[in-house]
Every structure is written in C-alpha cells, then in structure tokens.
Design a binder for this molecule. Structure first.
Ligand SMILES: [Zn+2]
Length: 323
C-alpha cells in the first residue's frame, strides 16, 4: 500500500528562466484530487457570482425602466398641462385682441374730438387776429402692410394685437403731446372770449342815447357822446361786460360814481353815473359779475347807465361788441 501510495505521487517540474534552477514539486494524492476540485469550485463560484451580478444588473435595469415609465407619465402630464396652458393663452389672446380693437376705436374717436376741438379753437380763437399754428401730425400713423408670416392663426392674432397696442401707444403719446397745448389754447380762447366785453351791462335794454354825435341833453348844442345810455331803475345791478381788472372805482364830477374795467387786447369798459360801487381798484372781475348799482350820479338827467368801450385809448361804438 505504501508503495502504491508512493507510486501515486505526482511530480511537478517548475521551469523558470536560465538563471534559476528547475524546481521539483512533489504532490501527494490528496493534493492531486484537491487541485482540480478547487478549480471546479472556483469556476462554480464564478458562475454563481456572475449570476448574482446579472440578477443585480437586471434589477437595476428594471428599476431604471420603472423610472423611465414614470418619467414618461410625467411627460404626458406636462404635455397635457401645456395644452391647457396654450388653450388658456389662446383665449387670453382672443380677449385681449378684442379689447385692443375696442380701445383703438375709442382712442381714434377721442383723437377725432381733439382735432375738432383744435379746429374750433382755430376758428373761434383768432379774434385778435392771432393764428395758432398746429403742425400736421400725420406721421403718427405708422405701421404699413401687415404680412402674416405665421401659419398659426393664434400667433397672427397675437401679432395683430401687438400691432394694435403699438398703435394705441402712439395715439396716446400723440394725445399726451397735443392735449396740454389744446387745453392751453382752449383756456386762452375762453379767456379771450370772456375778456371781450360782449355782455349787456344791465337788466334794462332801454337805450336812451346812442354813441356818436348828438345834441347835448343839458345845453341842446351838438356834442359828441362817447358811449351809450341805458335807462333803468336806481339800484339795478350793473354787470361787467367782460372779465378783466378794475383800474378805476371812484367819484369824479361829471362821471359821478364810475368804474373802469381793463380787458385783454387793449379794451376798456367804462360805467358811469352809478349809485354805488361793489368793487375796488385792482379787483379781478368775471364776465357778468355785479360791479355796482345803476344810479344818476354826476352829470345826469335821470337814472341810467352810461356805458362806453375804449379800444387802444379811443372811444368806439359799444353796440357791435354787445351781443
Ligand atoms: Zn352817456
């Protein structure tokens, strides 16, 4: 048995390079079995570990797949949200476009009114021969031909709406420039109109003496009458024929109690033979304001108002001024 055992020994020769000697390794029988078994075991182990690895890989892949499908669902939700958002946006554009259109029409109407107002001022504001120059402003309507480059109707509508808003902004800018000037002109015109002595100066309309040459009521001799006489009752209100500043309010011989009001454009109105005065020098009076009471003071034969208009220091016929 021992011999058999001895014969069954396995000799391994280990060959290395030239500098080293050949080594001899003798393996016993148990080792002879152990080596291939170990090899098989290690291969089996490798296979098992590979299997575990692949299982893990598959699990990982499955996990990834689940994530991907979740993402896909998420994407679907996002797309639905986007569709809804686009729908909402479309509705908003339609509404906005309607509003823009309406606003544009309103702005154009307002601008038309402003132009009419300017024409009115030009027509009625040139009483003093002053002509206000309003430059043509046709350059405010810019834009040109609209060429729809988008196939999508909503985009075109959005573009048109934007164009409308640009036009509205230009209209507003133009109005912002013009309206203060128009208002100034309107105010100036109003001041001029109110400052022009055009209002009949008392309640009575009974004219007892005209402007110009007449026979003097005291002497019977030819005399120049610098104004008009309006008969009335003592205490009747005397009105400022136009807006202006009081430059005289006093008593003086023949004039009696009298008032002078200075108006724009070198005009003055004089009110004589008053019973009392309601204003003082320096007062600003509005057209139609009561400035005194009708009387018979000074060189007068009976209660009346002597009313005269002075233009650039010369007496003129008041009648053409009075409406
Ligand atoms: Zn008179």
């Amino acid at each position: 048995m021992k011999t058999a055992h001895r014969k069954q020994r396995l000799t391994l020769l280990v060959l290395r390079d030239a500098q080293h000697s050949v080594r001899q390794i003798q393996l016993s029988r148990p080792l002879m079995i152990a080596v291939p078994a170990a090899a098989i075991l290690s291969i089996a182990g490798l296979i098992v570990s590979l299997q575990i690895q692949s299982a893990q890989t598959i699990m990982g892949l499955e996990k990834q797949l689940t994530l991907k499908s979740l993402e896909a669902i998420k994407m679907e939700v996002t797309v639905t949200d986007k569709d809804e958002a686009i729908e909402r946006l479309n509705k908003a554009i339609i509404q906005l476009s309607g509003e823009a259109e309406q606003t544009k029409v309103q702005m154009e109407r307002v601008q038309q009114l402003e132009q009419e107002l300017q024409q009115f001022i030009q027509k009625h504001g040139s009483l003093s021969g002053q002509t206000s120059s309003i430059p043509d402003d046709n350059d405010q309507h810019v834009g040109g031909e609209f060429i729809a480059v988008h196939e999508n109707e909503m985009l075109s509508l959005a573009q048109e709406t934007q164009d409308d808003f640009v036009e509205i902004q230009q209209l507003i800018a133009s109005m912002e420039r013009h309206i203060p000037r128009t208002l100034d002109q309107a105010q100036e015109t109003q001041e001029k109109r109110e400052g022009t002595p055009s209002l009949w100066p008392t309640t009575s309309k009974r004219l007892t003496s005209n402007f110009g040459y007449r026979s003097d009521p005291f002497t019977g001799r030819s005399a120049y009458h610098a104004g008009i006489d309006i008969a009335g009752k003592i205490g009747d209100p005397v009105y400022a024929a136009g807006a202006g500043e009081v430059t005289a309010a006093e008593r003086s011989g023949a004039r009696g109690l009298y008032i002078i009001v200075k108006h724009p454009n070198g005009l003055e109105t004089w009110y004589m033979h008053l019973d009392s005065l309601d204003v003082s020098v320096g007062d600003h009076v509005n057209q139609g304001e009561t400035i005194g009471k009708l009387g018979s003071s000074g060189r007068s034969t009976g209660p009346h108002l002597h009313f005269q208009v002075v233009k650039n220091n010369q007496t003129v016929d008041p009648i053409p001024y009075l409406q």
